[in-house]
Design a protein around this ligand. Sequence first.
Ligand code: GRF
Length: 187
Amino acid sequence: MVKKRTCVFISGQGSNLKNLIFHSRDKSFPIEISLVISNNKNAKGIIYAKKFDIPYVIINAKHRNSDNKILKNLKKFKISFICLAGYMKIISNKIVKKFEKKIINIHPSLLPKYKGLNTYTKILRNYEKKTGCTVHYVNNKLDDGAIIVKKIFYVNSNDNKITLKKKTQIMEYKAYPEAIVKIFRNR
Ligand code: GRF
């Protein structure tokens, strides 16, 4: 099996990046992580790129030609699939069009509920009984594309932002690889 050359976009901790690197070392997993792009030079997740010898580039999304820089690097590293993992910037239309149905994202709620930021605060404020995470295709609207995998758990009355995040991320580490396997099984 020829693995899809994949770029993971990050902005912060990179625990999903680490998890995807771990899975990609299995020879039956459909992707290999060939590039990491971060908009934040201080993103902790960069250590995983360094540790596993994966090329990485820092591209400040505020720069006028950042889209071109991203596209140039995707081309240079022959990237055919993109995973957003805690990337705190909106992917521009230009990139979405070039990589249609080839960009996926993970979001810490049961989409279409709670798109955007401050998800855990909103979930707690609304006394949701259940929550989880969603892996979805990226289109030109925020947290909106077709859903690939959802994982659900029940919220406890004593849950807070910290415990919700922990529980959600445990689900994410299962959901993201599962979604990737599902996508390529169907292609
Ligand atoms: C994840 O919880 C994901 O749902 C959200 O950002 C978080 C990133 O965490 N989009 P990490 O950087 O992968 O640890």
